[in-house]
Design a binder for this molecule. Structure first.
Ligand SMILES: [Zn+2]
Length: 70
């Protein structure tokens, strides 16, 4: 009987993982600042060590998206 429960749990886990993977989501928070090779630990619920790095990286991503469109 335990096998059936294990199988059910496994299937449930797979569905859950797939559902999470398929969900359109923003970039997950990074524990390390995303700005270039800054390498500083991020603060709070951000992916950056400071607001300057955040602004820099946003600009960089925007520029990259513009290049992709062109
Ligand atoms: Zn930084």
């Amino acid at each position: 009987m335990a096998d059936i429960i294990d199988e059910a749990n496994q299937e449930y886990d797979q569905h859950l993982t797939a559902a999470i993977a398929n969900r359109a989501k923003p970039l997950p928070l990074s524990p390390i600042c995303r700005n270039g090779d800054c390498g500083e630990p991020s603060v709070g619920k951000t992916s950056y060590c400071c607001s300057e790095c955040c602004a820099d990286h946003q600009k960089e991503m925007w520029a990259a998206s513009q290049r992709k469109l062109a």
